[in-house]
Design a protein around this ligand. Sequence first.
Ligand SMILES: [Fe+2]
Ligand SMILES: [Fe+2]
Length: 282
Amino acid sequence: MTRILHLSDLHFGFHRAELVQPLLDRINCLRADLVVVTGDVTHRGRSAQYAQAAQFLSQIRAPLMVVPGNHDVPLYNLPVRWLRPFGGYRHAIDRDLAPMRVAGQARVIGMNSVDAFAVQRGIIRDAEIGRVIGSLDPLAMNIVALHHPMEHLAQVDKDLSRHAPQALARLAGAGGQIVLSGHLHVWATGAMLDQTAHPQVLQVQAGTALCARLSDRQNEFAVLDIDGGDLVIERHIAPMDRDEFDTPEFEYFARRDGIWIAGQPPETPIVPGATETAFSTA
Ligand SMILES: [Fe+2]
Ligand SMILES: [Fe+2]
């Protein structure tokens, strides 16, 4: 079994300070093989916000990889945004904007979907998706991690990233299996699988782990337990009026003949002990 913990949209600078330590405690309690952060680690890309984000990330004990989000480039300082959009990110978080990690059965391939000239919408560049496809491992569970979703639910009224439909079609055809994203601050996984034209790819759109925006209703993150073609996803949720994470909710998926299907809990647990994890530090 391989455990990937997926965080997104931390928004340091506009975050729930009281939830930082409970989040760290829960993350470290879960003993993931890899923690993946899909962008918006800061709210405005300011140096003090990057210092807070870096301090937080340094306390995660598991191996870590991060990709940038649209909030990680300066919004109002146009000269800096155009000339050195990722300067602060590279200095504080990672010089590599598209890292790749291998963790157990999983290969996680990062992608930078931020466009300094269209920060809200983003872009999935042809060269980037080509690099991702060239990095797929036929023997692994291939996971692509980026900030902007590659597909939206029908009810989402924001613009999809430029070139996203073509990129998702290419990824599905090439054997990509899971996409981790964030940005919308709204969870969508099973609902996305119901609507997508590409059920070869399970898209895990995480909510925000720390953002203080009240309309987000809750903070949350995901844990993916991968066992061959079976996948258990835990959603760890902290309602906006509580400073702790609840006992997780579980969703079950299975990849059969190259297609993901939503499943029921197995009679025999796929991941022994997964439901017995203690959260005494939460
Ligand atoms: Fe965000
Ligand atoms: Fe975003």
